[in-house]
Design a protein around this ligand. Structure first.
Ligand code: NDP
Length: 604
C-alpha cells in the first residue's frame, strides 16, 4: 500500500513493515536480558557514589515510626509530602544516595535534562511556588527542586541518606514491619512504602572482555567529572587529549554525546540501534505566560498531556511538543474495531518515523553515517528522544559513529573496543547502557521482603506477581509498593507517582481514622485485579509489542513467561488507571482490603 498525504513523500507500508522485521531479527539474541551484568562482583567498583566523600559513618538508628519510606526520589518524596499533608509526622525515609533526588541525584552526566516538559514533570510547582526556568529543565535544576521539596516539607529530618535497606520482616504479633539497613539500623514501622524507582539499577553490557579493559571507564549514572573535567553543563576540558568511546545510543547517550564530541580529542560512538531524534526546541520560560497561570494550572496541564499521550484527543494541546506530536493526526480513537485502530495507529507511526528519518538526512552530511543513524522500528518500541545538537555532532571531524549493524560490540580488549574485527583504541570507555527494568522485583530493589510466616516475596512472586492495584500483595500486610508491576504507566511518570502517593496517603489516613492496624488484599481482590490487567492486555491487539525491535520495553524481544506476563502493567492508558484508583477512593469502603482493627500492639 502506497500512502501519500499532502506535502509528504509517499511510502510503502508493506516495505517498511518488512524492513522493520529484518532490523528486529538482526537484533534478537538468545540471551535476551541475560546479556547484561549488574554492578556486583568484579564490577562492584562501578557503583561507587562520586557525589559523596568516602568513609561516611553514623551511629545506627533504632526506633519505632509510623511509616518507613524506601527511596528518596520523586516517588518517596511525594509519598512523604502527601503523608505530611495528611498529618503524618512520624516518618523515616531510607535512601541510598547522599541526598534526595533519586534519578536526579545519580544522573548528572553532561547534558542531562528531562524530555518531559518541566511544567508538568516537576511536581508540586504550585505548592512550592517555583516556576522552572526552561520548558525542558536540566538535571541540575530538577535536582535543586528535589532539595527544595525536601526543605519545604521538612523531609530532611526524616532522611537516612547513604543507607540501603538490607531486609524487611513482618512481625505479626506487633503488626509492624522491622526494616534493617546496611548501617545497622533497625526501624519498626506500622507501614512501609516502597518507592524504589523504575530506572535505578544500572546495567553494564556483558560484552566479552569488559573486565580486562585497562583504561578509565564508568557508567553514565556515576559520571566521573574528576576524570573528564567540566560539569553537567559541559566543558569537559580534561578530555582534550583523550580518545573516548561511548557504548550505547539511548536517551542518556543522546544528551551526553554532543558534550563529549565538543571536548574529546577523538570520540567513537558505538551504536547497536539508533534512537529516534525528534525536534527539541527548548525555550526559556515566558514571564508573560507565567502571569496568566491560575490556581490548578499544573494539574490541568498534567492531565491534558496524559490524556493526549494515552490516545484521548483533547480540544487544546497545552504542552504541544514532540511527545504530543507523536499522537497528532492519529485517527484510531474513531475506529470501530481494535484491528482497525491498530492499522490507523501504524500508518500514523510510519508517517512520523519517515519524518524522523528525513530529519537525519537534513542534518548529517556524510550519507553513510546518516543512513546508519536512521531508526527502523515503530516509534514507541524504544524511548523517543528529542535533541537539536545530537545529529550535528556526527559532522565533527573528531567524532566517528561505529555502527555495529544491530549486533553490538564484539569484544573489549585491555586497550579498546572491537567491532566487526577492528579494534578502536580508547583511553576512556563510557557505558551508556541503561538500567534493569523487567528483571525480578526484589532483585532490582536489592533486598527481599518477608511477610507473614516469613514468606519471601521473591519466592511468592517467582511465577508472577499478585496484587491489588499493583500496590498491595496478600501475605504482606501494610506494605504499599509504587512500581510498574500490575500498576499504571505514564510517559510523564511523575504523574503516576504523585497519584500513587495521594492514594497511599488516603489509605493510611483511613486506617488512622478507623483504628485499623493492618490491611491486606483478599485473594478475590487480587484475582479481580489481575483480570482487569489481563483484559487491558488482551484488548491491546496491534502493532508494536512482539513486533518491536528488542529493548527494555519488550524484555529484549524474548517471549514472555508467566512471571513477565504477571508483571505487566495496566495497558489501557494512564488516565484509565488513575480513574480506577480515584473511583475506589470515592467509594470510601477500602474495597478488597481486609482490615484488622487494633487489639493494641506494643508501643502503639
Ligand atoms: P537505554 O537502555 O535506553 O540505552 C542503552 C543503550 O546501550 C542502547 O542504545 C543499547 O542498544 C546499548 N547497548 C547495550 N548493549 C550494547 C552492546 N553490547 N553493544 C552496543 N550497544 C549496546 O539506557 P539510557 O540510559 O539511555 O536510558 C534509559 C531510560 O532512562 C530512557 O529510556 C528514559 O526512560 C530515561 N532517560 C530519560 C532521559 C530524558 O528525559 N531525556 C534522558 C536519559 C534517560 P540497543 O538499543 O540496541 O539495545
Amino acid at each position: 500500500m502506497d500512502v501519500t498525504k499532502k506535502g509528504e513523500a509517499s511510502f510503502s507500508a508493506e516495505a517498511l513493515r518488512d524492513k522493520y522485521r529484518l532490523e528486529r531479527e538482526k537484533r534478537l539474541r538468545p540471551d535476551g536480558s541475560a546479556q547484561y551484568a549488574d554492578f556486583s562482583g568484579v564490577y562492584a567498583d562501578f557503583d561507587r557514589d562520586p557525589h559523596v566523600e568516602p568513609g561516611f559513618t553514623r551511629p545506627a538508628v533504632s526506633e519505632t515510626v509510623e511509616v518507613v519510606i524506601v527511596g528518596g526520589g520523586f516517588g518517596g518524596m511525594l509519598a512523604a509530602t502527601r503523608l505530611r499533608q495528611a498529618g503524618f509526622e512520624s516518618l523515616r525515609i531510607v535512601e541510598k544516595g547522599g541526598d534526595f533526588g533519586g534519578t536526579w541525584y545519580w544522573n548528572r552526566y553532561p547534558g542531562a535534562a528531562c524530555d518531559v516538559e518541566s511544567y508538568i514533570y516537576m511536581p508540586l510547582l504550585e505548592e512550592t511556588g517555583y516556576i522552572p526556568t526552561e520548558k525542558y529543565a536540566k538535571a541540575t535544576e530538577i535536582f535543586a527542586h528535589c532539595q527544595r521539596i525536601g526543605r519545604q516539607f521538612d523531609l530532611y529530618r526524616a532522611a537516612l541518606f547513604q543507607t540501603s535497606v538490607a531486609g524487611m520482616d513482618w512481625d505479626d504479633d506487633a503488626r509492624r514491619w522491622i526494616v534493617t539497613t546496611d548501617r545497622g539500623d533497625r526501624l519498626a514501622a506500622r507501614f512501609v512504602i516502597i518507592a524504589g524507582g523504575v530506572l535505578h539499577k544500572a546495567k553494564l553490557p556483558g560484552i566479552p572482555g569488559i573486565e580486562t579493559f585497562q583504561g578509565h571507564s564508568f557508567h553514565t549514572s556515576r559520571w566521573d567529572y574528576d576524570y573528564t573535567g567540566g560539569g553537567p553543563g559541559g566543558g569537559l576540558d580534561r578530555l582534550a587529549d583523550k580518545r573516548v568511546g561511548i557504548i550505547g545510543t539511548g536517551a542518556t547517550a543522546v544528551q551526553a554525546i554532543p558534550h563529549l564530541g565538543a571536548a574529546a580529542a577523538q570520540l567513537y560512538v558505538f551504536q547497536r540501534t539508533p534512537s529516534s531524534i525528534g525536534v527539541r526546541n527548548n525555550q526559556a520560560t515566558d514571564d508573560a505566560w507565567v502571569k496568566t497561570l491560575r490556581p490548578g494550572w499544573q494539574r490541568e496541564r498534567i492531565v491534558n498531556f496524559s490524556a493526549i499521550v494515552s490516545g484521548r484527543p483533547q480540544e487544546v494541546d497545552l504542552v504541544r511538543d514532540g511527545w504530543t506530536y507523536i499522537f497528532e493526526g492519529d485517527a484510531s480513537s474513531g475506529a470501530t474495531t481494535p484491528e482497525e485502530a491498530a492499522q490507523l495507529r501504524m500508518l500514523t507511526d510510519f508517517r512520523k518515523m519517515e519524518e524522523i528519518r528525513a530529519r537525519v538526512d537534513t542534518l548529517v552530511k556524510d550519507p553513510a553515517t546518516a543512513e546508519a543513524l536512521k531508526p527502523y522500528y515503530y516509534q514507541l518500541c524504544k524511548r523517543p528522544c528529542f535533541h537539536d545538537e545530537y545529529l550535528d555532532t556526527f559532522n565533527r571531524p573528531n567524532v566517528q559513529l561505529v555502527d555495529t549493524e544491530g549486533k553490538g560490540v564484539e569484544r573489549i580488549t585491555p586497550t579498546g573496543v572491537v567491532v566487526k574485527g577492528k579494534e578502536y583504541a580508547v583511553d576512556c570507555l563510557i557505558y551508556a547502557s541503561g538500567f534493569e527494568v523487567s528483571s525480578e522485583y526484589t532483585r532490582r530493589l536489592g533486598f527481599d521482603i518477608r511477610g507473614r510466616g516469613g514468606e519471601s516475596l521473591r519466592d511468592s512472586w517467582a511465577e508472577g506477581a499478585s496484587t491489588l492495584h499493583g500496590m498491595h500483595s496478600r501475605g504482606y500486610p501494610n506494605l504499599l509498593m509504587f512500581s510498574t508491576t500490575q500498576s499504571g504507566w505514564a510517559i510523564n511518570f511523575v504523574h503516576i507517582l504523585d497519584e500513587q502517593a495521594k492514594h497511599a496517603a488516603y489509605i493510611l489516613d483511613q486506617c488512622k481514622r478507623r483504628g485499623v492496624e493492618a490491611i491486606e488484599p483478599t485473594e478475590q481482590a487480587q484475582q479481580d485485579w489481575w483480570e482487569v490487567i489481563f483484559g487491558t492486555l488482551a484488548k491491546g491487539v496491534g502493532f508494536g509489542g512482539p513486533e518491536c525491535t528488542p529493548g527494555y520495553y519488550n524484555n529484549e524481544g524474548a517471549s514472555f513467561g508467566p512471571r513477565e506476563i504477571r508483571s505487566a502493567g495496566y495497558a489501557a492508558g494512564t488516565l484509565g488507571f488513575l480513574q480506577i484508583l480515584h473511583d475506589w477512593r470515592e467509594r470510601g469502603d477500602l474495597a478488597g482490603l481486609e482490615l484488622t482493627r487494633g487489639a493494641a500492639a506494643p508501643n502503639s
